[in-house]
Design a protein around this ligand. Structure first.
Ligand code: SAM
Length: 276
């Protein structure tokens, strides 16, 4: 992403989570702060919603729901630290129902500074359980920055890595994965990813190309792709034993069945969680 500018894709994702709160029923992902955190950008919600926007919105809300469902499972099993990598305008930290959970929001310095301004102007209180850690994954050492911020490397942690991996270079992906994999047993993470464009069906490829062109236009091109089998083998090698990788049908079955509308995901994006 461009050095001095907050992430445009973070705003677009947040706009769709906010739109979901009023446009879709029943909700897949409930977020009472989704609109408030937008501050002046909430105006952009008044623009008409395009069909492509609706399909993408379904994936984005399923992704956030999956992260929070998986976090809740981790907390039942003793997780006390939650790290949001590339947090964007995610609001979990400000509506967190788990009093013993320490939260670390990691993001590119420009995006994080913008979020802190929005939190303040929207009068959303930052609880003492939340620490903001500005890091550029391409150029700064995540492990060092986390440790300096009070993160415990001797305690299991859960990481959310949503909407970030496709934008990274291979070295930044590897070094960040190494930090996650270095946490003690019981640790886990959730991420989404895109399969290589050349492996997609014609329809999937058209949808992907259109989205890829839009993110490239705002200076945040997709550049990292995995096949499910390649990613699984890399995660096994990194020490993860329990891997769940959900494609379109599995995500629709979990979060969009029994609806009276046709709100569902259609693209090729995948959701994955892994534990060690
Ligand atoms: C599409 S947004 C997703 C935001 C958030 N996870 C969500 O789901 O709403 C991508 C996020 O990745 C962050 N990001 C992208 N490249 C980064 C980098 N090199 N270092 C740190 N953060 C980065 C952006 O600042 C932005 O917050």
């Amino acid at each position: 992403m461009q050095e001095a500018r907050p992430s445009r894709t973070a705003l677009r994702v947040a706009l769709r989570r906010a739109a979901h709160q009023t446009v879709d029923s029943p909700l897949v992902f409930r977020d009472p702060l989704a609109e408030r955190i937008l501050g002046p950008h909430a105006e952009e919600l008044r623009a008409p919603q395009r069909t492509s926007s609706r399909v993408l919105r379904a994936f984005l809300v399923a992704r956030s729901r999956y992260a929070e469902d998986t976090l809740a499972l981790g907390i039942e099993n003793g997780i006390t630290q939650y790290v949001l990598l590339g947090a964007g305008l995610d609001t979990f930290a400000y509506r967190n129902p788990f009093p013993n959970l320490r939260i670390f929001e990691v993001d590119h310095p420009a995006t994080q500074a913008w979020k802190l301004d929005l939190l303040s102007s929207s009068r959303i209180a930052v609880p003492p359980t939340v620490t903001h850690v500005p890091v550029d994954f391409e150029h700064q050492a995540l492990a060092t920055r986390l440790s300096q911020s009070g993160f415990r490397t001797d305690k299991p942690a859960f990481f959310a890595w949503l909407g970030v991996v496709p934008y990274l270079t291979e070295p930044a992906f590897q070094s960040t994965l190494h930090v996650i994999a270095s946490q003690p047993p019981g640790s886990g993470f959730v991420m989404d990813y895109a399969p290589p464009p050349e492996t997609l069906s014609t329809l999937e490829r058209m949808a992907f190309d259109s989205l890829a062109a839009r993110v490239a236009m705002v200076g945040e091109p997709f550049q990292l792709f995995f096949t499910p089998s390649d990613l699984a083998s890399r995660l096994h090698t990194a020490g993860f034993t329990q891997i769940e990788d959900l494609g379109r049908d599995a995500i629709n079955q979990r979060y969009f069945h029994n609806r009276n509308d046709d709100f569902a995901i259609m693209g090729s994006g995948r959701l994955l969680s892994a534990w060690k």
